[in-house]
Design a protein around this ligand. Structure first.
Ligand code: ZN
Length: 190
C-alpha cells in the first residue's frame, strides 16, 4: 500500500477549473480493457471522498466517454456508463442548483430538461438504458456535458456568472500557481 501511494500513476485526482483538459471533447471507447475497468472503478472512492454524486472520466484527465454516478450513495446504486448518448429529453425545463467537483466553492441554478432517456453500455459491453427524471436525470446530463467539455457554469445566466467572477478568478489564479510550481525551471515563463 505504501508503494502504490508513492507512485503518482496510481493516484487519481479531480482536475480543477480552468484545467484545459476539462474542455476537451472526449473520445468514444472502442474496447474496454481490464485496466480501463479498474480505472473506472477507482473513480468511485475518489468521488465519495469528494462527496460527489457523479464523476466523468475527463475530470480525472482521462479523455474517454465514460462517467460514474451514485445518487443515493448505496453500493448497489453505483452506475458506470460507457459511451452514453442522450436519446430523449422531455418534460420541460426546470431549474436546480448544481455544483461540480472541478469547481469547488461554486454553485448555481442550471436549467435542464426534466426527463431524459440515456443509453450506453456497462463495463462489460452490456446495453444500458436509463429513463430518469429529477435529480438522477440532471446528474446524468451534467456528467454527459463533461464528455463534451461543457461545465455547468457555461449554462448559468449571465448575471449569475458575473456574480461568480471573483471565485472563478481565484480558481484561475490557484491553477496558474500550481502550474508554475510543478513546472520545471524555465517553463513557467512560457
Ligand atoms: Zn461536474
Amino acid at each position: 500500500m505504501m508503494d502504490s501511494a508513492k507512485d503518482p500513476s496510481t493516484l487519481e485526482k479531480v482536475l480543477l477549473y480552468p484545467d484545459p483538459r476539462l474542455r476537451l471533447k472526449a473520445e468514444p471507447i472502442t474496447r474496454i480493457t481490464p485496466e480501463m475497468k479498474a480505472r473506472a472503478r477507482a473513480m468511485f472512492p475518489l468521488m465519495y471522498e469528494e462527496r460527489g454524486i457523479g464523476l466523468a472520466a475527463p475530470q480525472i484527465g482521462w479523455n474517454v466517454r465514460l462517467f460514474v454516478m451514485n445518487v443515493s450513495g448505496k453500493p448497489e446504486d453505483e452506475v458506470v456508463v460507457v459511451n452514453p448518448v442522450v436519446t430523449e429529453k422531455t418534460g420541460g425545463m426546470w431549474n436546480f442548483e448544481e455544483g461540480c467537483l472541478s469547481l469547488p466553492g461554486i454553485r448555481g441554478k442550471v436549467e435542464r430538461e426534466r426527463r431524459i432517456v440515456l443509453e450506453g453500455t456497462d463495463l462489460d459491453g452490456n446495453a444500458l438504458r436509463f429513463e430518469l427524471d429529477a435529480l438522477p436525470g440532471r446528474c446524468m446530463l451534467h456528467e454527459y456535458d463533461h464528455l463534451d467539455g461543457v461545465l455547468f457554469i457555461d449554462r448559468l445566466s449571465a448575471a449569475k456568472r458575473q456574480s461568480l467572477k471573483r471565485r472563478l478568478r481565484e480558481l484561475e489564479e490557484d491553477f496558474e500557481m500550481a502550474k508554475a510550481e510543478s513546472a520545471p525551471t524555465g517553463a513557467a515563463a512560457r
